[in-house]
Design a protein. Sequence first.
Length: 371
Amino acid sequence: MEITAPAATAVSTSAPKGVVAAGFVLGGSVLSLTGLTWDIQWHSDVGPDTFFTLPHLLLYSGSAIAGIASLVVVLLTTAAERAGRTVDPIVGGRAVGVFGRTFAAPVGYLISGLGAASFLLYGLWDQWWHSLYGFDAVIASPPHIGLLLSVAITMVGTVMVFATARHQRWGLIGGLVSLAVLFGFSTVITIGLGQIPTGPVEPLAAGTAFLAALILILGARLLDRPGGALGVAAVLAALQAVFWWFSPWAARVYADAIGLPVRDYVDGVPDLPSLWPLSLLVVGGLVELLLGVTRRGGNLRRAGWLAGGVAGLVVGGLAPVQTVLLRSLPLPGADVLIATAVAGLVLGAVGGFLAVRFGGMLRQLAPVREG
């Protein structure tokens, strides 16, 4: 994991600087998403679980890998600064002081490492919770909420790590992949919105509309040329296809392996991947079109509002219909469909506005190219 700037005359045939460490944190994020999809499917198809299960092992291993990689980079950066060597900011961003100047931590790895560290604390709480109450019947237990938020923080740090290398091809590709992984994981957090009284609005659909607008426009801002939003949508579609098969299969095989029955009413529809919009490629294309048109006027903020609002409207309006088609449920009333679409429009516009701001922050992480 080379973190120092090479000599001007050096010729390197190894992997690009920063890509190894970034690959570890991204791999950990993907592993966490895999464990989450499996764990949610287990709760749906089989039932309660204990602390020590294979889905939990994947989820915890993902955070451990990302956390250890972040710690190694922080320690190497600290050692390099103390030795007077120049630290290349392409490795996770500019190094900031932690505990004064005890440690020098690249900002991306600082965020991903803090998320992994908090995950460890919530994991200990989750084990204690299981020791008190035994089986875990729901996903919305207090330690689970902390665990999920901790993983999301690690994934935000992963996006920042790749954003610092956005002038490199591997940085752009990794940035789009990490944004798609962040979107896929964060949809589980929107399940908690179901506890909020929202009248005729379907809260899960509205929350997903906000996330879709935010993440797609972040992808467009990161790339800063046509293809960013579509790139994120394409990666998520590929992940959705893989997990659509994997989640029910893994739950069934694991249940058979440990001698537990699968519930009679299992319909084969994967729980988490079915929350991701099936229309996201179309929505990504609309975002690209609207951003391209409005960019010409030079008003990026207006472009974010408009593209985000349209993205939220489409996702929010189609989400209830997608649920009906996948679950063979009756179509909600017109008031629910209209209210949810309007809520998606408003939240999507807010998400687009925030994406423009956050995207600008991500772009500032990349070191200025010389020449």
